[in-house]
Write a protein that binds this ligand. Structure first.
Ligand code: FE2
Length: 284
């Protein structure tokens, strides 16, 4: 699927959702339960419908085959430890408990995409905001907005890895330190091109670890069609992104160690001044 087809999928998804009052009402019902849930409250229990279980089964089944060939080892090993149920939608509270036992991270229930500063405040506290509703059953392999499949299969599996969990926590702490809007936007951009859409090389093969790619059957099938650039913070600064469609440009680390060296070190030490200086550097 090409970036252009990603945009077409979004149009189809929007019209499908808008023309289905039952789905809209169901999603609003689940979102309202999340909305009533405070940060320290237990994650709500959702009685998922058979149709929602079927969407979960269908997507997990399709992704599993791709993960074996296209996902990074650190992600695959963490997913194996976490062992998210494939046969039906698990309770977010149960997955959260299991992740916490593996890496110290946990989920917080969210009604929708939360503002980046709020999202990062959670990460700094080792908490990831996750939705609990699922995408529309007519578009099981595509969603522009985060849903529970994206949040749990994409981010949850990664968060079961102590190495990825540390990167998420460092991103949150970096955003909490940042005061200028330019600094926060740059931290968000680094997050997008790494923990959402990042690639790394293993034994010469390009593999995905970013949550947006590993939770999307379409993106897993076609991420190698993008223009792939070496991971470099300065060159990443000069690329725009649109979260509503497939990325035309992606960045690859040459290993998990390099990802931690470049991005982990950046998030660990950055502030408004260092980011301003980085953005002012000439492009090589
Ligand atoms: Fe995400």
């Amino acid at each position: 699927m090409t970036p252009g087809q990603g945009a077409e999928n979004r149009v189809q998804e929007q019209s499908t959702v808008a023309s289905d009052p039952y789905y809209e009402a169901r999603r609003a019902e689940i979102a309202a339960m999340s909305d009533r849930c405070g940060p320290d409250d237990p994650i709500p229990t959702i009685e998922y419908t058979e149709q929602e279980h079927e969407v979960w089964r269908l997507v997990c089944g399709k992704l599993a085959a791709h993960h074996r060939s296209d996902a990074a080892i650190e992600y695959l090993d963490a997913a194996e430890c976490l062992a998210i149920p494939q046969e039906g939608v698990p309770q977010l509270r149960d997955v959260s408990r299991r992740i916490e036992s593996l890496s110290g991270f946990r989920f917080r229930s969210a009604p929708a995409l939360v503002p980046f500063r709020q999202f990062c405040s959670g990460l700094a506290d080792s908490a990831f905001h996750s939705t609990q509703y699922l995408r529309h059953p007519a578009t099981p392999f595509y969603t522009a907005d985060p849903d529970m499949l994206h949040d749990v299969i994409g981010h949850g599996n990664a968060l079961a890895s102590k190495r990825f969990a540390r990167l998420y926590r460092l991103a949150g702490e970096a955003a909490e330190r940042a005061e200028s809007e330019a600094a926060v936007q740059f931290i968000a951009k680094v997050f997008w091109f790494t923990l959402e859409c990042g690639l790394l090389r293993e034994r010469g093969m390009l593999k995905a670890y970013g949550a947006t790619i590993v939770s999307s059957y379409g993106e897993l099938s076609h991420f190698r069609d993008a223009e792939i650039r070496p991971l470099n913070l300065k060159s990443l600064a000069d690329v725009d992104y649109d979260i509503s469609t497939y990325q035309k440009i992606l960045f690859e680390a040459d290993s998990m160690n390099q990802l931690e060296d470049i991005v982990g070190s950046f998030w660990e030490t950055c502030d408004d001044n260092t980011i301003e200086a980085l953005l002012a550097e000439p492009v090589c």
